[in-house]
Design a protein around this ligand. Structure first.
Ligand code: CAA
Ligand code: FAD
Length: 374
């Protein structure tokens, strides 16, 4: 039922706006309003904070169905989850009440700021500093590649509080867009997900109350990595949605397009491509749903020792599948597939980011191998 509801909304209101969001490189505010009206913009927020209280699998299904129509729009529920999971995992009740309720009501979005210009895969090598000054911390540094920067009101920012302690000297904070000293770089000019702004978050002497620290001093890097255990599953969902959109479009096209006097769907060479696409997609989907089940258990306090492996495996498998499937979808449409008159070239460009963000697929393999060998 949930899938049908989201698909109907996505077909009617999101898909028709996807090409414009891509072409104009504009955040899809109308889609945001529609998602808020349907309570789908941050479905994972627990009921205690006014949210829909969707579990991890339901959240995956929402993101999948939005991404099937528009990958940029799917970053609304996905990044709202990414930004807020650090609070759900580690913040005081006061911080949760204060910052999760506006997100649940659709009055604010939340972004996640871990990466820096010189600290991407090696996130622990970040330089952004937070220095204690009485009851406050003063933050200085530049966070790079922040999804939905500028449109989000709130940011989970990881910063170094003890430079002598490596990863154990990093703490997490909530920074508000309107805090004095916060500014944003220009929008990055990207290959895909052009409807989702990616910008630097620049922090210049940003003075915030110490109570905005998420958890204890020095626990920020662990919180950041524990968050990714839950949210790599949502990027897998985004990849599945993009791939499903491309496969569905290609399936319709091959039945209509005629060459050599018959629909191109009659050629076995193309049938085998379609079968492989569907097989890869379904394999990745089952892995993603298994990871979502583990994420849900862990969120509810059950220790799940293979969650880290499963979330990395799901993100890696689904994004690699999405890349292959979208490239094949363009091939199935021939020259038409290569033009912006058809959606599959956008899907192919959008798919690429899923192999890069929330940790590149090389890093997912590093994570999986460490889990296997430890
Ligand atoms: N949960 C909790 N704690 C964890 C953990 C996990 N999954 N994995 C590791 N830790 C702990 C370790 O036990 C260790 O603790 P101690 O200091 O007490 O020993 C600490 O965290 C540091 O762990 P590592 O030594 O393994 O850390 P590392 O520096 O070697 O880095 C890494 C590990 C896997 C490479 C990590 O840096 C990483 O994931 N890099 C990729 C960065 C990334 O994914 N960025 C995503 C940005 S968000 C984004 O892109 C947004 C978007 O999609 C929209
Ligand atoms: P690098 O770390 O420089 O990697 C370059 C290459 O080296 C890659 O192929 C990588 O896989 C490889 N490599 C690096 N280390 C190893 C290793 N140990 N073994 C094997 N190969 C390795 N970050 C946020 O914090 N918040 C966001 O909201 C966010 N959104 C993003 C949105 C977009 C559109 C983009 C492009 C990025 C976003 N990111 C965000 C950052 C993203 O997570 C990083 O780009 C990613 O983690 C890779 O870091 P990097 O770009 O510095 O590449």
């Amino acid at each position: 039922m949930l899938r049908e509801t989201v698909r109907a909304l996505a077909d009617e209101k999101i898909a028709p706006r996807a090409a414009a969001a891509d072409e104009n490189e504009e955040f899809p505010w109308e889609v945001y309003k529609d998602l808020v009206a349907a309570d789908l913009h941050a479905v994972h927020v627990p009921e205690a904070y006014g949210g829909a209280g969707a579990d991890a699998l339901a959240t995956v299904i929402v993101i999948e169905e939005v991404a099937r129509a528009c990958a940029s729009s799917s970053l609304i529920p996905a990044v709202n989850k990414l930004g807020t999971v650090p609070l759900l995992l580690s913040a005081s009740e006061e911080l949760k009440q204060r910052y999760l309720t506006p997100v649940a009501r659709g009055e604010a979005m939340f972004s996640y700021a871990l990466s820096e210009p010189e600290a991407g895969s090696d996130a622990a090598s970040m330089k952004t500093r937070a220095v204690r000054d009485g009851d406050h911390y003063v933050l200085n540094g530049t966070k790079m590649w922040i999804t939905n920067a500028g449109v989000s009101e709130y940011y989970t920012v990881m910063a170094v509080t003890d430079p002598s302690a490596g990863g154990r000297g990093i703490s997490a904070f909530v920074v508000e867009k309107d805090d004095e000293g916060v500014s944003f770089g220009p929008k990055e000019k990207k290959l895909g997900i052009k409807g989702s702004p990616t910008r630097q978050v620049i922090l210049e002497n940003v003075r915030i109350p110490a109570s905005r620290m998420i958890g204890e001093p020095g626990t920020g890097f662990k919180t950041a990595l524990a968050t990714l255990d839950h949210t790599r599953v949502t990027i897998a969902a985004q990849a599945l949605g993009i791939a499903q959109g491309a496969l569905d479009y290609a399936l319709g096209y091959v039945k209509e397009r005629k060459q050599f006097g018959k629909p191109i769907a009659d050629f076995q060479g193309l049938q085998f491509m379609l079968a492989d696409m569907a097989m890869k997609l379904e394999a990745a989907r089952q892995l993603t749903y298994a990871a979502a089940a583990k994420s849900e258990l862990a969120m509810n306090g059950t220790p799940v020792k293979d969650l880290t492996f499963f979330s990395s495996a799901a993100k890696c498998a689904a994004s690699d599948a999405a890349m292959e499937i979208t490239v094949d979808a363009v091939q199935l449409l021939g020259g038409y597939g290569y033009t912006r008159d058809f959606p599959v070239e956008r899907m192919m460009r959008d798919a690429k980011i899923t192999q890069i963000y929330e940790g590149t697929n090389q890093i997912q393999r590093v994570v999986m191998a460490r889990q296997l060998l430890k």
